[in-house]
Design a protein around this ligand. Structure first.
Ligand code: ADP
Ligand code: ZN
Ligand code: ZN
Length: 747
């Protein structure tokens, strides 16, 4: 017997090993096996048993050991991973790692130190709990140990893993407490609530609106019908899509099937998660990047053992081991964060459709502003559109959107040319009514560039071809593309002049200006500089509690927040993203504007949205003012079709980078030539564009070139991409080639 094993190595294919007859446990597809890879022993995942040895391989090694007699992932997920690896031309081992937190490096190492089974058994259903010994006398304690002790006194017993989320040194601190006889540590059964959080009061579904009912019925019927099906739940912001999701999940559960919910950024959607928890309580696994290794493993076990049947999370939740998968939901399916931009460059939206299809499940993509890809699928009748035309709460109507032409508009009395009089007045009026304002600006920092007035030099990142952004709060100039930052000393690096001009407007500066113009208003800012993870939640909580009058922020303020007292949304620079060298610039601008606008008037009062622009006739802006999603889609699809851009063609982006420019250019030219020479006329045409310097021509001290492959069909495209990957091995050292299938970022 032979077995194909996916190993954690940069190989696109699996390796074949033989199964020695005397092995105690027989491997099955989906069990972890210990194998030799070169001189190392690594943990791999068994894919498939075969009778015959592969041709042309001289010596086939035996597998060393088998860790699981039962598969540790659903067979459906295993096949899906193999397919995904082929689709993205990505190393199988890398793809497996996406799905298996169990294949972590540390563990593989520990396993190789003999006793493989013993080690991994301990991570079953039991977890380490720590509890205070009440009668113990407390000595003087300092630091984390003391904090943890009082936390435990207040909250009672809890898993060590939970403490680790809050205190970096929780483990050493706990063992010190144990040595002092203050706490006891023991293995306990998993609690029912996978998050050990205080319970959220359960709620009940409101009676659905007519369109909600229709959508729910259609999805329920599809769930009961064998075989896969797909839907676009197309409803304006606030139309009640979430209720439809909740209902669909309840239906799937009633049929004893599991569900998977993907959301763009879990940290920004605590409200959404709370609504899921209110409906499904402990039956929900919330997967997010803040989970400790232990908690992640636990979620994974709970799902796999069917104790929890619903998983919600950001894109990586796509790989959750939900058995009997019946339903996949992708909320805000147009969001570009579903695309992973490093490692395996998969798009969780596209792959959710694929996984759903292979699993015979129902896939629901939800959006107020569908991506052109999804709209195209609807028009090709591959998926079905379900519409929610109006807002769910009767009193809530869509906001009025007005355009302010910044070429003509009067300036605000504060004199700042980037703030118009109409927006200034609208803010004033809103504050006077004791309502709230959101101001959207898609630029972090104080000033996006620093220019020397005597010699004209722009301060650039030394590692990237990108201007440095001045951040006043920290007194730094920073590159937003790499980690480079340095103290801002007020002097030109070239001529030492101190006449520096801080140009452009970032959220920091806007916050500053607004606070000066409206001194009585409580102003808060929400962007990546002030808010990561739970901090965003805290700021939004303040806004919800009306402890903030004006919230200023980047696209973090655009996501699905539902704050009834926000009645005015101001977009400072609606053109911001339009000038990006990206075929999706118009689409993205439109989606963003509609999303931001959707934050206004979620309550009983009609909201107002003001868009400041220098390009008022741009289709993205015109359509956004009219809430004309269909018109926009129609128009943009036409434009894409004329240029044979996706979704009317498929693309693969090849990026080549290297520390020096001539070698990089040379290699890129070689690869492009190889691609052109290989064009497989027998299976279809492939257009090879480039090489050209990337829009960001240098990043992290590496020069970058791009080759774009374009074709109507996927097959010839993959063929040429493979030719490039094969040619890559012959390139000199120091060059890096990345193949990005269905690229989103063109930078
Ligand atoms: P979406 O996900 O489409 O943006 P939500 O599901 O968040 O919309 O719904 C918007 C608001 O309307 C929420 O406050 C929700 O509780 C409420 N809502 C949804 N459906 C109904 C309904 N059938 N009756 C009353 N209120 C509803
Ligand atoms: Zn200068
Ligand atoms: Zn940089």
């Amino acid at each position: 017997m032979f077995i194909e094993v996916a190993v954690p190595a940069p190989l696109t294919h699996a390796l074949t090993y033989s199964v020695p007859p005397l092995l105690g446990v027989k491997p099955v597809p989906g069990s972890r096996v210990l194998v030799e890879l070169g001189r190392r022993k690594v943990l791999g995942l068994a894919l498939q048993l075969t009778e015959r040895a592969p041709a042309g391989v001289e010596r086939i090694k035996d597998i060393v050991d088998v860790l699981d007699a039962e598969p540790i992932v659903p067979p459906e997920l295993l096949r899906f991973l193999v397919e995904l690896s082929g689709y993205y031309l990505a190393p199988m081992g890398e793809v497996m790692k996406l799905a298996l937190p169990v294949l972590s490096k540390g563990e593989a190492a520990r396993v190789t130190e003999q006793e493989p089974r013993l080690q991994l058994k301990s991570v079953g259903k039991r977890v380490q709990y720590v509890e205070v010994i009440p009668e113990a006398e407390t000595p003087e304690l300092k630091g984390q140990a003391s904090e943890i002790l009082s936390h435990l006194r207040e909250r009672g017993a809890m898993p060590v893993a939970r403490l680790e989320e809050q205190w970096k040194n929780a483990r050493p601190a706990v063992s010190r407490l144990r040595q002092l006889g203050l706490v006891r540590v023991e293995d306990r059964e998993l609690p029912r609530d996978p998050f050990f959080r205080e319970p959220i009061p359960r709620d009940q579904a409101p009676p659905p609106t007519e369109p909600q009912r229709a959508a729910m019925d259609t999805i329920a019927a599809a769930l009961r019908t064998p075989g896969p099906s797909g839907f676009l739940l197309h409803g304006v912001t606030g139309s009640g899509k979430t209720e439809v999701y909740l209902n669909a999940i309840a239906e799937a559960l009633a049929l004893e099937r599991g569900a998977l919910v993907l959301v763009p950024e879990i940290a920004l959607t605590p409200q959404l998660v709370a609504r899921f928890r209110a409906r499904f309580g402990d039956g929900l696994a919330v997967l997010h990047s803040g989970l400790s290794q232990g908690d992640r493993r636990m979620m994974w076990d709970l799902l796999w053992q069917r104790q929890v049947r619903v998983a919600i999370g950001a894109r990586s939740a796509l790989f959750a081991p939900v058995p009997d998968l019946g339903l996949l939901i992708v909320d805000e399916e147009h969001d570009s964060s579903f695309k992973q931009e490093e490692g395996v460059r998969y798009n969780a939206r596209d792959m959710a459709i694929l996984r759903g299809h292979r699993a015979g499940a129902v896939c629901v993509l939800g959006s107020a502003t569908p991506s052109l890809e999804t709209e195209h699928l609807v028009r090709e009748r591959r998926i079905t559109r379900l519409r929610l035309p109006g807002r769910a709460r009767a009193a809530s109507i869509l906001p009025r959107v007005e355009v302010i032409d910044m070429r003509k508009a009067e300036r605000s009395p504060c004199g700042d040319p980037r703030l118009s009089l109409p927006l200034h007045q609208a803010i004033e009026e809103t504050l006077a009514r004791r309502e709230q304002v959101i101001l959207f600006l898609n630029r972090r920092g104080f000033a996006p560039s620093v220019v020397c007035e005597s010699c004209g030099t722009i301060s650039m990142c030394p590692l990237c071809s990108v201007p440095l952004t001045y951040h006043r709060t920290t007194g730094l100039v920073r590159c937003h593309y790499c980690d480079h930052q340095r103290r801002f000393d007020g002097k030109c690096r070239r001529c030492r002049s101190t006449q520096l001009s801080l140009e452009g407007l970032g959220t920091e500066r806007l916050e500053d200006t607004i606070q000066q113009v409206f001194p009585a208003a409580r102003v808060a800012r929400l962007d990546r500089d002030v808010a990561s993870g739970s901090k965003a939640e805290a700021i939004l909580d303040q806004v919800r509690a009306h402890e903030v009058d004006i919230l200023i922020g980047t696209q973090m303020v655009a996501k699905g927040h539902d704050i009834p007292r926000v009645t005015l949304v101001g977009v400072i620079n609606a053109d911001g993203a339009l000038s990006m060298p990206d075929l999706r610039a118009t689409e993205r601008t439109f989606q963003l504007l509609v999303q931001v606008a959707g934050r206004a008037g979620r309550g009983e009062v009609q909201g107002r949205v003001l868009l400041q622009t220098r390009d008022p006739s741009n289709p993205a802006i015109v359509s956004a003012t009219r809430h004309d999603v269909d018109g926009f889609l129609e128009r943009e699809l036409m434009a894409r079709s004329e240029l044979a851009y996706p979704p009317f063609s498929r693309m693969v982006m090849v990026r080549i980078d290297a520390p020096d420019e001539p070698r990089c250019r040379h290699a890129a030219t070689q690869l492009a030539a190889a691609a052109r020479a290989s064009t497989p006329v027998h299976i279809g045409e492939v257009e090879v564009l480039g090489p050209a310097p990337a829009p960001i021509a240098r990043l992290r001290a590496r020069y970058r070139f791009q080759i774009l492959l374009k074709s109507r069909e996927r097959r010839p495209l993959r063929y040429v991409a493979q030719v490039i990957l094969d040619a890559e091995h012959k390139l000199p050292q120091g060059l890096r080639v990345v193949v990005d299938v269905d690229p989103i970022s063109m930078l």
